[in-house]
Design a protein around this ligand. Structure first.
Ligand code: F6P
Length: 566
C-alpha cells in the first residue's frame, strides 16, 4: 500500500504557533525558578505515569500550555494515522518496501490471527519462534543440551554487530542480577581481531556455546568473527584432546553442539555449517535496531530464562498499548518525542544526554545511539525530498555519578543547551550501608541534586553570601534553566527494561514522523561498506588498487606499509 507524502511540519499552524510561543518565552525570559513560584500545580500538571514508570517533565523549558501546542503539532502531522499504519503493518519503511512491526514481537498469544500482514500471521509466527527459543534455552539451562564432550554450557558468546549486538549486550548488563542458571554471556562485535582475542581469553571450549546473530547473515564483521570463532573452537577442542582434528565428522558434530544462529536468512546459516534445526528466525519487518526482543535476544533467554524473557516482552507491550491508546494530551511518550523536537528545532540543541543513575544500565546510552541516530540521522524525507528543518540529535551519556566527575561541567556551565534524561530506580538489588548511611540513598541524592542544580542554578548573590571572593563569583554562578526530564522506575526488572526500550523506540518514531523521515532504513551506512571492499586489497598487495585511491588514502596506506611489523 502506498503511503502518503510527508506533511511539512514547519508549514503547519501548530509550528507557527510554537515559534510564536518560543519567541514569547524568550522575550519574557525563561526562568524555571519563576515558573515554579508562579504555578503551584506545575509539577502535578507536568508529571505522568506510564506502566510502572514515573515521569517528571516539570524541569523542562515548557509551560503547561506548551504541551497543548505539542498536541496540535502531533495532530497536524497526523501522528495518529502513522501509529495505526505502523501497528497494522503498512509498509512505512518505504525505501525498503517493508512493514515495521516490532510491536508484533511482543503481542500476547491472544492476538494470534489479528495481525495478518502480507499474508503472514505475524503474532502466530512470533510465538512459534519464541516457543522454539524457550525450549532451546531450557535445554541449555538445565544441562540437557551439552557441548560435544557432554559438559554443561557455562558461557554463551553472542557474535553480532549493530542491532545484533547492542541490544543484547545492553540488556545482559542491565539484567545481570537475574542470571540464575550459572551461565554468563560475552558479546563479540568488532572485526578488530583484538575483540575476539580478548573475549575468548580464559574460555573453556567444552562449555562454550556461540550464537551467531545476523539479520542478513552477510555482515562482514559478524561472518569473519564467526569463522574465526569456529577455528578457535575446533583448535582448542583438538588441543584438549576432545576431538580429532583430522576427523571431519567429529568436527561437524562439535560445530553442531557449539554453534547456533539467529537470522532472517536461514539458507546462509546452513551454508555456514550450522544445523537449520538450531537456527532461530525472524523477519524483514524487524529492523536490526528494533530487534532485541526478537530471536536476536536468544542469549538473554538462555541466561535469564524464558519466564524473564516473557516479562521483558510484557514491558514492551505495556508501553506499546499505552502509546497507541492514550490521548495525546496525557501521552508522555508522544510528549517526550515532541519535547525533543522542541529542543532540536526551536532551541537548536544539537545533542541530548541520557544519564542512567543505575550502573546496570551502563550500556543503555550506547544502545540508544544506534536506535536514535541510525533512525533519524537523515537529510531527506520518506518521499525523497529534502528535510525542512534540523533532524537527529546526537544521543550520548554515561552512568550518572561517573558523568558528574567528567562532563557535567559543560552541561552546567557550558555555552550550549543540552537537554538530559535522568533515569533512576527506587530499589536496588544490592542494598548496602556505609555506617548508618544507605548507599543507594547516597546515590539517589545525586540523582535528585543534579536536576535541581541544572534547573534552578545559583545566583551571584547566593555565591557572595557564602563569602566567595568577588573575583571568582562569576565562575561560581550557575545560570540554571538547563532542562531535564526525570524518569523514575520502581526497580530495574526485565519488565521495566522492556518499558524503557519501547519508550525510546516510540519517542524516536514520534520525532521521525514530525520530520517526515523513514526512521527504519539506514542507507547512510552503505558507502563506507562498499569502499572498504574496494580499499582492502590495496592495503598490502594490489598496487593498481592503491593507485586508484585518492591522495589522502594512498598516503595513509603508504604509512601503513612502511610501518607494518606483523
Ligand atoms: O550497518 C548497519 C546495520 O545494517 C544495522 O542496521 C544492523 O543492525 C547491523 O548492520 C547488523 O546487521 P546484521 O544483523 O544483518 O548482521
Amino acid at each position: 500500500m502506498a503511503i502518503n507524502p510527508p506533511i511539512d511540519a514547519t508549514q503547519t499552524p501548530a509550528w507557527v504557533a510554537l515559534q510564536k510561543h518560543y519567541d514569547e518565552l524568550q522575550a519574557e525570559g525563561i526562568s524555571l525558578k519563576k515558573w515554579f513560584a508562579e504555578d503551584s500545580d506545575r509539577v502535578k500538571n507536568l508529571s505522568f505515569d506510564a506502566g510502572d514508570l514515573h515521569f517528571d517533565l516539570s524541569k523542562n523549558l515548557i509551560k503547561p500550555e506548551t504541551l497543548q501546542l505539542f498536541v496540535h503539532l502531533a495532530r497536524e502531522v497526523k501522528l495518529d494515522e502513522r501509529i495505526k499504519a505502523m501497528y497494522t503493518g503498512v509498509h512505512i519503511n518505504n525505501t525498503e518496501d517493508r512493514a515495521v512491526l516490532h510491536t508484533a514481537l511482543r503481542r500476547p498469544v491472544e492476538d494470534e490471527g489479528k495481525y495478518i500482514v502480507d499474508g503472514q500471521d505475524t503474532v502466530k509466527d512470533v510465538r512459534e519462534v519464541l516457543d522454539k527459543i524457550y525450549a532451546f534455552a531450557d535445554e541449555v539451562r538445565s544441562g540437557k543440551w551439552t557441548g560435544v564432550t557432554g559438559r554443561k554450557i557455562e558461557t554463551v558468546v553472542n557474535i553480532g554487530i549493530g542491532g545484533s549486538d547492542l541490544g543484547p549486550v545492553m540488556a545482559y548488563e542491565a539484567l545481570k542480577p537475574y542470571a540464575d542458571a550459572g551461565i554468563s554471556a560475552r558479546y563479540i562485535s568488532n572485526i578488530d581481531p583484538n575483540d575476539l582475542a580478548e573475549k575468548t581469553k580464559g574460555l573453556d571450549p567444552e562449555t562454550t556455546l556461540f550464537i551467531i546473530v545476523s539479520k542478513t547473515f552477510t555482515t562482514l564483521e559478524t561472518l569473519t568473527n564467526a569463522r574465526e570463532a569456529r577455528t578457535w573452537l575446533l583448535e582448542e577442542l583438538a588441543a584438549n584432546g576432545a576431538i580429532d582434528s583430522n576427523d571431519d565428522a567429529q568436527k561437524a558434530e562439535a560445530i553442531k553442539k557449539h554453534f547456533v544462529a539467529v537470522s532472517t536468512n536461514l539458507e546462509k546459516v546452513a551454508e555456514f555449517g550450522i544445523d537449520p534445526n538450531n537456527a532461530f528466525g525472524f523477519w524483514n519487518w524487524v529492523g536490526g535496531r528494533y530487534s532485541v526482543d526478537s530471536a536476536v535476544g536468544t542469549s538473554l533467554a538462555v541466561v535469564f530464562g524464558p519466564a524473564r524473557f516473557e516479562e521483558f516482552l510484557h514491558g514492551f507491550h505495556e508501553i506499546d498499548e499505552y502509546f497507541a491508546n492514550t490521548p495525546f494530551e496525557k501521552n508522555v511518550v508522544v510528549l517526550l518525542g515532541m519535547l525533543n523536537v522542541w529542543y532540536r528545532n526551536f532551541f537548536k540543541a544539537a545533542s541530548h544526554a541520557v544519564l542512567p543513575y543505575d550502573q546496570y544500565l551502563h550500556r543503555f546510552p550506547a544502545y540508544l545511539q544506534q536506535l536514535t541516530m541510525e533512525s533519524n540521522g537523515k537529510s531527506v524525507r520518506w518521499d525523497g525530498t529534502p528535510v525542512t528543518t534540523e533532524t537527529g540529535e546526537i544521543f550520548w551519556g554515561e552512568p550518572g555519578t561517573n558523568g558528574q566527575h567528567a562532563f557535567y561541567q559543560l552541561i552546567h556551565q557550558g555555552t550550549q543547551l543540552i537537554p538530559a534524561d535522568f533515569i533512576a530506580f527506587v530499589n536496588t538489588p544490592n542494598p548496602t550501608k556505609d555506617g548508618d548511611q544507605d548507599v543507594h540513598e547516597l546515590f539517589l541524592g545525586n540523582y535528585f541534586a543534579q536536576t535541581k542544580a541544572l534547573a534552578f542554578g545559583k545566583t551571584a548573590e547566593e555565591v557572595r553570601a557564602e563569602g566567595t571572593p568577588e573575583e571568582i563569583v562569576p565562575a561560581r554562578v550557575f545560570t540554571g534553566n538547563r532542562p531535564t526530564t526525570s524518569i523514575f522506575g520502581v526497580a530495574l526488572t526485565p519488565f521495566a527494561l522492556g518499558e524503557l526500550i519501547a519508550l525510546y523506540e516510540h519517542i524516536t518514531f514520534v520525532e521521525g514522523t514530525v520530520w517526515g523521515l523513514d526512521s527504519y532504513d539506514q542507507w547512510g551506512v552503505e558507502l563506507g561498506k562498499q569502499l572498504a571492499k574496494q580499499i582492502t586489497p590495496a592495503i598490502s598487495k594490489d598496487d593498481e588498487a592503491l593507485a586508484a585511491q585518492d591522495a589522502s588514502t594512498q598516503s595513509l596506506i603508504k604509512f601503513y606499509r612502511e610501518n607494518r611489523e606483523f
